[in-house]
Design a protein around this ligand. Sequence first.
Ligand code: ACO
Length: 326
Amino acid sequence: GISVGIVGIGTYVPDKIITNHDLEQMVDTSNEWIVERTGIRERHIAEPDMATSDLAVLAARKALADAGVSAEEINLIIVATATPDMFFPSVACIVQDQLGAVNAAAFDLGAGCTGFVYAVATGSQFIKSGLYKKVLVIGAETLSKVVDWTDRNTCVLFGDGAGAVVLSEVKAGYGILSIDLGSDGSGGEFLKIPAGGTRVPTTEQTVSDRQHYLYMNGSEVFKFAIKVMGEAAVKALDAAGLDHHSVNCLIPHQANIRIIQSAAKRLKLPMEKVMVNVDKYGNTSAASIPLALEEALKSCRIQQDDIVVLVGFGAGLTWGACVIKW
Ligand code: ACO
């Protein structure tokens, strides 16, 4: 069969930074609480005039340049996002237009923070099947626009950003070796935006009840994450005929340092082999794995022939892992 891998990567985060000390001025919280409970120190926040597609386009241009691929060569654009510009058109179609990717199909994919892993899994199948040659996968979010900045339980956790990769055929034996995806919709209520959709359409009442903001049951999501992160990574490694000894670099979804540490422990990996940048970006949802992956590549934590594991969890609830030979 055709081997598919990542042949280019690019990211973008807005310039504006909100530190934990800034948050102390906004809600009843402290830098110590946030650092100790989450590992987050600061996060990047989009300006009011910037939407998810703007971040996505800026990351995508860098990924195309890194891959040496023109926009016209792209056959498919998949944007993983939980914070689209609007219901429709999709973010992917806005990106397609902005890039001038005139030969590309385009659609959005929703799997919460697991969206990037789901989108890499989905995009790679179109190349494996022989239908397409080059697929652009983007994880992009402006969670700052749906976070209730008066709710200390959630506003300290999230940040904005985008990460893009180009998928293409690679040398046999390299690229994506295995994928493990899962879902448990029974936990959907733990992480949601209650209003503004077709179940609870927008009314003056829903707005005054603050139902258009992200709602999260933090401790339930935490328990779920601890369980599935390790399990998904182990299953994906198993499917590739590998175990934890083979892993050179783990790229976990960056939601909370304690969740990352527990996944590392489950995989018996020392933290030197685990990419962590949650301190700088907070939880950027579908953008977090490509942001961490690019930093791992730039800082030479990933070398040729390395085994890299991407693993995430998120709203849905969903989870996913992917083993890549670099
Ligand atoms: N500052 C100070 N105190 C706070 C803050 C804050 N920012 N936020 C909450 N607290 C308080 C709570 O009110 C609570 O006080 P109480 O006991 O008087 O009610 C206390 O701190 C402890 O709260 P816990 O919920 O027990 O704290 P916990 O250790 O569980 O940490 C956290 C909370 C960080 C939210 C954790 O549960 C977590 O990380 N959960 C996972 C969240 C996550 O990853 N979400 C992303 C999912 S991905 C996606 O698809 C978007």
